[in-house]
Design a protein around this ligand. Sequence first.
Ligand SMILES: C[S@@+](CC[C@H](N)C(=O)[O-])C[C@H]1O[C@@H](n2cnc3c(N)ncnc32)[C@H](O)[C@@H]1O
Length: 388
Amino acid sequence: MSAGTSGAYWSDRALPSTLKHSLLGRYIPQFGGMTGSRDGRVVYLDGYAGEGRYESGLPGSAEIAMRVASKHLSQHGLRWTCFFTERELKSVTRLREIAGIYQKQGVDARVHHGSVGGVMDEVLEAAAGLPLFLFLDPCGLGLPWDRLTQALAARRTAKRWPPTEFLMNFSMVAVRRLGGNARSAKGVEASSERFDEVCGGRWWRDFFPAGQDVAPGADEAVAAEYARRLEEATGMLVRSIPVAKAPHHKPVYHLVYGTWREHGLWVFGDAAARARDQWWQELEVEEEKHEPDALFSTTSLIRPDARALTAAAIPAIADNLEQLLRRHRRPIKLVDHTADVFGDYYGQVTEVAARAAVKHLHEQGRTPSTGVSRNKEKIRDLIVEPAR
Ligand SMILES: C[S@@+](CC[C@H](N)C(=O)[O-])C[C@H]1O[C@@H](n2cnc3c(N)ncnc32)[C@H](O)[C@@H]1O
């Protein structure tokens, strides 16, 4: 399985990367803001950093992080220590040029030529006592399970401080290809063993039995099971966002996010919904570029209407809230119950839907809480009371 990028990769951003970069660019400033205020410092690793910037001028993941670091430094005095590792010499050379721009602005950007595994210990050492964010975005298979879970275990503390989070690319292309490999009599055992290492065992092979039909959705089942196992092994809240090249296509990868903080889960879900919307926007722009004379774009016909989605989500979230209130029999703060509040709409709708759901519940006399922020509290900090 190739782990490098093809020649065209860095010419311009492909659609899946629109979602990935939009999500990264929306989420990591909030991670820095939420976790960095205590010590004024944050540590960041982009383990498969690439070139930093596309030839088209758009920022890649590394430049996105450096921009955030530069802005946080100048506006809030918050210092990001950014590690970037890249294995390809051509890519790391370009990455160093981009990093140079930000180093001149005072950003602590450390570029390493080599494998991500080789810098992990240095990163963990630099992050001792400080918030740490890991962005792991390989083209094919990523970090072995043991390496990943050991690094996270080393960061786990009873007090949940300092916080650690990750966002990781889990390749669905690799799952499908290796699934086929595992069930084929001509399959290469070494390739399957490499995936065993990534998954922390042979369990994934059960989804691709030799001599039997593969169940529909076996690839998605592997991704879900991987996330579940990661949650179990780390005690983190883990959510996974599918990313496709086009509507109704199978995802090329999942972006798997992990955190020990409910606040992280809330903000990430909101960022994911906004990033998804940007993905659709970009799809429309691309289509218009290729078919400028079309009266209307196909995308505009199939793009989910964000307002309709939110309208459908509001009563569902209101019901979720009512169930939570029944279960807890006391006032609840929204952010303490992110997954239960959003339910199936997690990552689909923005936090605005949660406030609207509280208002909806209030209008129906199901809570005395109005959903209005009295002291300018954020939506996630709204308290909702049970019906009297
Ligand atoms: C998908 S690309 C990265 C894209 C980049 N994160 C972005 O979003 O702009 C994956 C990169 O990882 C590099 N790579 C592959 N295996 C690696 C490893 N073990 N350690 C470090 N870099 C690696 C590849 O050369 C390639 O440039």
